[in-house]
Design a protein around this ligand. Structure first.
Ligand code: CU
Length: 121
């Protein structure tokens, strides 16, 4: 009986400590909905869009930042109807604000194998 208690009690005490541990105050953004619509960036480098798939909230302005040594464009897959950047030289940027939910595929019109997707939801 006592042997059992000596083994069980420390476990119970440990469990009580875990359960009663104070929840640490989080430093999280108090307005996550605003954070979701914060500006987002796609970096262009090494002949690729990074990240290749970016998910943003409606109303988000996405900035493409060309860090490559080569010129690139950001052209929507509908032939540039939705958005179309001029040729971006190194460190040039292009922005577009996605107001409507949907899946927006795009590519570089100079190097069509470079593709990316913005998912708005
Ligand atoms: Cu390109």
């Amino acid at each position: 009986m006592f042997a059992f208690l000596r083994r069980a009690l420390p476990l119970a005490a440990a469990a009580a400590l875990v359960l009663s541990a104070p929840v640490p105050a989080t430093a999280a953004d108090p307005s996550p909905q605003l954070a979701a619509a914060a500006p987002a960036t796609v970096t262009i480098d090494n002949f690729a869009f990074s990240p290749p798939l970016l998910t943003v909230a409606p109303g988000t302005t996405v900035t493409w930042d060309n860090k490559d040594e080569e010129p690139h464009t950001v052209t929507s897959a509908d032939g540039g109807i939705t958005f179309k950047s001029p040729a971006l030289d190194t460190d040039d940027k292009f922005t577009f604000t996605f107001d409507k939910p949907g899946t927006y595929k795009y590519f570089c019109s100079i190097h069509p194998h470079m593709v990316g997707t913005i998912e708005v939801k």
